[in-house]
Design a binder for this molecule. Structure first.
Ligand code: NDP
Ligand code: 8X3
Length: 257
């Protein structure tokens, strides 16, 4: 499917997978709307995209958890940017790692509010326009954690299982409307994800990726672009993308260093 000139809204575009997706779409000629809380980061990305690909982006600063801000932000889009063709629901995070009986409510609230309610807030504000226009594509960034559960990650895994359910349910709800729904579900990708999970402990975060080659954010962006560029009669509903050294959420082959 031709995506040149299409408007693609990417949440969580200030880092990692979201920034890579926005860049990959721009390189393919799409027009990105960059959403995140850190405005200076998305403005810097917009400048890089302009310099490297000659494409103008629009930046939109909001917290996906804040329903009013999401609705206002999307309602404020200039006419030329309002017909969103592709929505990449990427904003998300893990916070903390440990057994439920020792879990922190604040960590759980943040994960559930961002990964589940945030995704719903943005989707609810964007998808009616797609239905009205009779075309569109929602691409959710799920996870291997939406297919499997690992000890210490119960709540994060629960949020990604919810994303998997939402992908399947939305695909059913949108059947016949011309709007496709996909999810790209990666295993371990080296981004700021683990630094965020471990509340800024960079040494511990580096340890997550020690001894094997994790996915890069660009690998995931490549998969997202693949989904978006299938012919209109094709939908990639779920794509699990793992590092070659990862066989499940539990099985990672690490080499001695
Ligand atoms: P990063 O931490 O590098 O990026 C996360 C992005 O999400 C940032 O741009 C951040 O922007 C944004 N974000 C977080 N919370 C909010 C919020 N409340 N409102 C708006 N934006 C928000 O992580 P990744 O790129 O790795 O993660 C992206 C997605 O990929 C997540 O959904 C994650 O669960 C998923 N994923 C990651 C994997 C990995 O191993 N890295 C594997 C599988 C899935 P800002 O802080 O500026 O708002
Ligand atoms: C992130 C992948 O397995 O580290 O969704 O939780 S994992």
């Amino acid at each position: 499917m031709e995506i040149r000139g299409k408007i693609v809204l990417v949440t969580g575009a200030s880092a990692g997978i979201g920034a890579a997706c926005a860049t990959a779409f721009a390189a393919a000629g799409a027009r990105p709307i960059l959403v995140a809380r850190r405005l200076e980061r998305i403005e810097a990305l917009a400048n890089r995209i302009r310099e490297d690909h000659g494409v103008e982006s629009l930046t939109l600063q909001f917290d996906v958890r804040d329903r009013e801000a999401v609705e206002e932000g999307l309602a404020s889009l200039p006419e030329a940017w309002s017909s969103i063709g592709i929505l990449v629901n990427n904003a998300g995070l893990a916070r903390g790692f440990g057994p439920v009986q020792e879990g922190e409510h604040a960590d759980w609230d943040e994960m559930i509010a961002t990964n589940v309610q945030g995704l719903l807030n943005v989707t609810r504000a964007v998808v009616p326009g797609m239905v009205e226009r009779g075309e569109g594509h929602v691409i959710n960034i799920g996870s291997i954690a939406g297919h499997e559960v690992y000890p210490g990650g119960a709540v994060y895994c629960a949020t990604k299982h919810a994303v998997a359910a939402l992908t399947r349910g939305m695909d059913m709800d949108l059947l016949g409307t011309g709007v496709r729904v996909s999810s790209v579900d990666p295993g371990m990708v080296e981004t700021e994800f683990s630094v965020v999970r471990f509340h800024g402990d960079e040494e511990r975060a580096r340890g997550v990726y020690r001894g094997f080659t994790p996915l890069t954010a660009d690998d995931v962006a490549d998969a997202v672009l693949y989904c978006a560029t299938r012919p209109p009669h094709v939908n990639v509903r779920e794509m699990i993308l793992l590092p070659a050294d990862q066989a499940s959420a539990h099985h990672v082959f690490r080499r001695e260093e």
